[in-house]
Design a protein. Structure first.
Length: 371
């Protein structure tokens, strides 16, 4: 029996009736751009996170770019990011004309290393962007102090952290602003692309909304050069239905992570992920580390088990960022992890039986690893 990496069909089955009703309302009102569905979702998501404002946008990359623009990041400015992240974190800076500055991560949780950040801060630094990787919050207390000392904003990449908390406070509320993604596979996923910026600063929220609407707060009154980035109304309907289930779905992910830990206990060749103290992990991804990762991945895939790598190439080693001049060896922790990490199936409807199959095959594969 094949096991998917993520089961979106099961999620949709839970919300299908609500989505159908919501879409009927949208089509009856012909409110295809913006409208009540988008406003309602923005208010609900802001309340869920605990932020004063939420601005829905077209996708997660736009969300990060808009957040950076709104806080004043300029062409030529430097934006500090972790080396092991999806390339969108870097792209958000590059699309402004700013320069992404990767730094290494801690070897236990693979989250942005505050010591590396402090060493990277310089006169051209204009923002620090921690990534709440795999579903848990980066060390924002230390990073926030570094940002404050440098006089620059902390902007969260919360694309993998809808519902994650640190010491009771939600991801998306620690920095001056945060960008999140509603890509379908996220914990809160749309039926297509979508994203949002959360902030408790009214001016930042207004700036995001203006820039995302062709630089206009009022039709044909263009204050700045902007672009078009809107949360689609259809996606707002889907997201609203899923938001009502997000806490239960995240709890199911935590239960699945606990089962993996029990099932993998004693499989010494598999390094398990751990949650940092103070974090409430939502397990967007369940990422283990193994030797001969590519062989193990191929064997699991051949056995019908959906697996992935998040992420196989650190930002500084991609062809897109070769001009940074940072070769292999620049960030040894991120580079070593990239050769070992393996993402196992993780979704709210994952069954104990499916997990047992995953672990049985994984245990067989790593047992063949050369000593």
């Amino acid at each position: 029996m094949s096991i998917p990496f993520v089961d979106l069909k099961a999620q949709h089955a839970e919300v299908a009736d609500e989505v159908r009703t919501g879409l009927d309302e949208v089509f009856a009102a012909t409110a295809f751009v913006g409208g009540p569905a988008v406003s309602a979702f923005e208010a609900d998501y802001a309340a869920y996170v605990g932020a004063a404002h939420c601005v829905g946008v077209a996708n997660g990359t736009d969300a990060l770019e808009l957040a950076l623009r709104a806080v004043g990041v300029r062409p030529g400015g430097e934006v500090i990011i972790p080396a092991n992240t999806f390339i969108a974190t870097a792209e958000a800076a590059s699309r402004i004309g700013a320069v992404p500055v990767p730094v290494d991560v801690d070897p236990v949780h693979l989250l942005m290393d505050p010591a590396a950040v402090r060493a990277a801060v310089g006169p051209r630094t204009e923002a620090i962007v921690p990534v709440h990787l795999f579903g848990q919050v980066a060390p924002v207390e230390e990073l926030g102090k570094i940002a404050a000392d440098a006089g620059v904003p902390l902007i969260e990449d919360a694309a993998q952290a809808q519902g994650a908390r640190r010491n009771g406070r939600s991801a998306g509320t620690f920095g001056l602003a945060a960008g999140t993604s509603f890509y379908p596979g996220k914990n809160l996923g749309a039926a297509g692309d979508g994203g949002a910026v959360t902030t408790s600063d009214a001016q930042v929220a207004r700036s995001v909304r203006v820039i995302a609407a062709h630089g206009s707060a009022h039709k044909y009154d263009h204050e700045v050069i902007g672009f078009n980035s809107r949360l689609d109304t259809v996606q707002a309907v889907v997201l609203a239905a899923k938001l009502r289930r997000l806490e239960a779905w995240n709890a199911a992910r935590r239960a699945a992570a606990d089962r993996y830990a029990v099932l993998l206990d004693g499989v010494d060749a598999v390094q398990l992920p751990t949650t940092a103290e103070g974090n409430e992990d939502i397990w967007h991804l369940y990422v283990v580390q193994v030797e001969e990762r590519d062989r193990v991945l191929a064997e699991l895939s051949a056995a019908g088990i959906g697996v992935g790598i998040h992420y196989p190439t650190p930002v500084h080693l991609t062809a897109a960022y070769a001009d940074l001049g940072l070769g292999r060896g620049a960030f040894p922790v991120a580079e070593a992890a990239a050769d070992r990490i393996l993402s196992l199936p993780m979704f709210p409807h994952l069954t104990a039986g499916q997990q047992e199959q995953v672990v049985e095959q994984l245990a067989r594969s790593v047992a063949r690893t050369a000593p």
